[in-house]
Design a protein around this ligand. Structure first.
Ligand code: V07
Length: 264
């Protein structure tokens, strides 16, 4: 009893990053983290910079967070880079954003390869600019055999469209007679989503104070823990990711014995 009071773990906020990382690794690490990277425009506005400066800074955050997630042993990291709604933004802003995959990969693909990261994307590829498609295609090709973190870019992605597309594929198979309508169950639907090769997200992070899903992974997030923060995406750093992971681990520890009972 007494030793618990005297030899308490140091407060996590006073620990160095390295200490927090190694402590987190001793506990259950979320296998899949999904992130809605919000607040790039607001970050720029606060500095009287153009919105695109915020998107550019946000791109550097993706690199930073990928490196830490991989180091922690996270298996998959999905980042919402561009939604089907984002086409409504001014054309010049969209044109700039669509150059970011090339810039990101031009700068960071060598280190992603070095870190054994596998790059994949989900979303409607065909309506992206050709130069964007080509950059992403090359990165996926060059990293396809990597066995470390899967870095999944949601690019021109919308969850309802994804579900509708899965339904079309399933309906077609029923019509062709390769499956029966009674074969349609949760597993079959999951297998037809763009995330069919990934575990379901354990942790969803949304930055910038917005508390909604915005058509992101609606099916896949059914049992996911949510972490919302006011931090703007360009300001989101290693300590912020550790805050989210530690909170996930605390919840897990608290409810660990009650899986499937009070947690649903
Ligand atoms: C984008 C930066 C992050 C904040 C959110 C909006 C802007 C990295 C990529 C990317 C995508 C595919 C890929 C490699 C990198 C990216 C878009 C926007 C469209 F293979 N950041 N980033 N793509 N932003």
């Amino acid at each position: 009893m007494l030793h618990k009071l005297i030899r308490r773990k140091p407060e996590r906020q006073n620990q160095t990053l390295a200490e927090r990382i190694s402590q987190s690794k001793n506990e259950h690490i979320p296998a899949h983290i999904a992130i809605i990277m919000d607040g790039n425009g607001r970050w720029a506005k606060k500095r009287a910079l153009p919105r695109v400066a915020g998107h550019h800074e946000g791109m550097k955050t993706v690199r930073k967070i990928t490196r830490l997630a991989n180091d922690l042993g996270v298996r998959a990291l999905t980042v919402y880079a561009f939604s089907t709604e984002n086409w409504k933004r001014p054309k010049l802003e969209v044109d700039f954003i669509m150059r970011l995959p090339e810039e990101f990969l031009g700068k960071y693909l060598p280190e992603l390869i070095e870190q054994n990261v596998k790059v994949v994307m989900m979303g409607e590829n065909e309506t992206l600019p050709k130069h964007t498609q080509e950059a992403v295609r090359k990165a996926m090709e060059q990293t396809k055999d990597n066995t470390g973190l899967v870095l999944n870019f949601a690019l021109n992605y919308g969850s309802r469209a994804e579900i509708a597309q899965a339904m079309q594929k399933i309906a077609q198979q029923i019509q062709e007679g390769t499956i029966d309508h009674t074969d349609v169950n949760e597993d079959l639907i999951s297998q037809h989503l763009m995330t069919c090769d990934l575990p379901e997200p354990d942790l969803l992070i949304r930055t910038s104070g917005e508390v909604r899903l915005s058509n992101f992974m609606l099916w896949q997030l059914a049992y996911t823990e949510f972490w919302f923060t006011d931090t703007l995406w360009p300001d989101f750093d290693e300590a912020c990711l550790l805050d989210a992971v530690e909170s996930y681990q605390n919840r897990n520890r608290r409810y660990g014995g009650l899986k499937g009972e009070e947690t649903n």
